[in-house]
Design a protein around this ligand. Sequence first.
Ligand code: FBP
Length: 360
Amino acid sequence: MSTPSPQQASPSPISLTRHLLEEQRAGRINADLRLLIEVVARACKSISIAVGKGALGGVLGDAGSDGAASINVQGEAQKKLDVLSNEILLEANAWGGHLAGLASEEMDHSVPIADMHSDAYPRGNYLLLFDPLDGSSNIDVNISVGTIFSVLRCPEGVTTPGDAHFLQPGTDQVAAGYCTYGPSTMLVLTIGHGTHAFTLDREIGSFVLTQRGMTIPEETKEFAVNMSNQRFWEAPMQAYVGDLLKGREGPRGKDFNMRWVASMVADVHRILTRGGIFSYPLDSKCAAKGGKLRLMYEANPMAFLVEQAGGAASTGRQRMLEMQPTGLHQRVPVFLGSKAEVEAAVRYHREHDLQGQDAG
Ligand code: FBP
C-alpha cells in the first residue's frame, strides 16, 4: 500500500505556512524560526521570478562594469544573478527581527543585523548562512540553479555576532534547505524532523507541500561526479570510481550510470528524489583550499537534508555534520546520498589510509 501523497492525504493543499504552523503546534519549531523560514522562502520566490525572466530581465551574464569583472571572496567572477540574489536575501532578512547576523558566499565576512541599518531593526536569536545562487556556471545556459541556506542559533549573550560565532558544527543546525529554480521552483526543507519538498504554485504564489518525508534509497546504481577531474583525484577516489566503471564485471558486481548537472542543488535534488551518490572529492587542483565546495552554506545544509532523508554525508574520512568549522568560507571534500554507497566510498578511503599507515 503506497504512502498517500500530501494531496491524497489532505483534500486541501498544505501550504508551507500551514505546514510550519502545524510543526509549531507540535512543539517542533518556535514562532521565531518559523517566521525566519517564511522570510527566506519569500526571498526565494523573488529570486525565482528574476531567474525565470532570464535574458528578458537583463539578469544574465557577469556582474561588474566597464568590462571589469566583479570578483567575490572565493576569487570567482560574480554573475549578475549572484549579486541580485544576495541583495534580495539581505534585504528580506534585515528587518524581520529573527536574526542576529547573516553570512553569504558572496560576502567576505558575516554581517551583524545591528550593522545593517544602525539599530533600526530588532535583532533575533538566529544566524543565517546562504549560497544565494548555487550552480553559477549554469546560469547563462538555462540549467537549474538554486539557493542553499543553513540556520544556527546565535550563542547566548552575543548581540553583535562575528565570523567566529558562525563556526558551529553541522549538528548544531536548527534548519536547512534549498530552493531549486528549474522547470518548477521547489523548496526542500528540514527542521530536524524529516525532509519535505514544497512546489511553488505560481497561480497562488505559495509553496505547497508535494512530498512529505523524502526518503533516499539505501542502495543505488547512479553516481554524480565531475569525471574530467579524474586524473587529479587521490588514489582511493581513483579506485572507487574505477570499480564503479567496471560495473558487473568488477568487484561491485553491478552496472552504474552517471549524471552530472554541475549545479549541486539539482544533483542533490535528484538524489533526494530517487537516490544516488554525489561527490566532489579532494583533488590536486583544489587540495590547497581543502576542496571545492563550501562547508558552511553548501555541504552542511545538504548533509542535514540528506541525513534527515535516511542518507549519509561524509568528507570521505569523517561524518560531514561532525566537522568543527575553522573558517566561514572553508572548503571540504563531499560525498553524500544513498547510505550504503557513501559507506562504500568511505571504505575505499579508510582502507587506503590504513594501508598507508601500515606501509609508513
Ligand atoms: P557555486 O556555483 O555556488 O560556486 O557552486 C559550486 C558549484 O557550481 C556546485 O553547484 C557544483 O556542484 C559544482 O560547483 C560544479 O563544479 P564543476 O564546475 O567543477 O563541475
